[in-house]
Design a protein. Sequence first.
Length: 183
Amino acid sequence: MKNWIERIDKNTESFQQIFGSLNSKKLNWKASAQNWSIAENIQHLIRINESYFPVFEEVRSGTLKLPFVAKFGFMVNFFGNLIKKSVDPAGKKKMRTFPLWEPDTSELDPKILKKFESSQEQLKAYIVDLHDAIASGKVIYSPANRNIVYSLPTALDIIVLHQQRHFYQAREVLKLQNRSSQE
C-alpha cells in the first residue's frame, strides 16, 4: 500500500515539477492534430482515476457485482498482465484509449495540474480506505468494460504505470514544443 502511495506522490510531483510553470498556451500546444497536448495527457489521467472511483465505492460498500469471467483466476491474471504490459512506460507501441477516457479536444484550463493533484489525493484516500480489499487481492472490473477483470492490486499497478507512461509522453510533447520554437 505504501509503495503505491509513494509512486502516486512521485508521479504527481514529476508532473508539477516539469509542467507546473507552463502557461495555458504551452500546456495546450500540440505537435499535430493526431497528438495529445500536455494538458490532454493530464486530463486523460484524471478521467482514468475518476472512472475507478465508482468501482472503488462498490468495493467499499460491498455492492460490487462481477461478471462470470471473474470466477476464473487464469482470466483475471490474463487480463491484468495484458493491460499492465500495454501501459508499461517501456512500451513504445501507441494504443487507442477507450472513449470514456478520451480528453476534451478544446483548450483545457491551465488549472489542470491542480485538478490532477486533487484526483491523485482522492486515489490515495481510496488506497488507504480499501486496504483490506487490496491485501486480499479483491477482483474488480475495468471501468471501460465490465468483462475485463483483474485484481485490485493489479489495477493500482496499472494506474501508476499508466501515469508514468503519460508523464513521458507529455515530456516528449514539451521537447517537441521547445524544438519547434527554436526553429
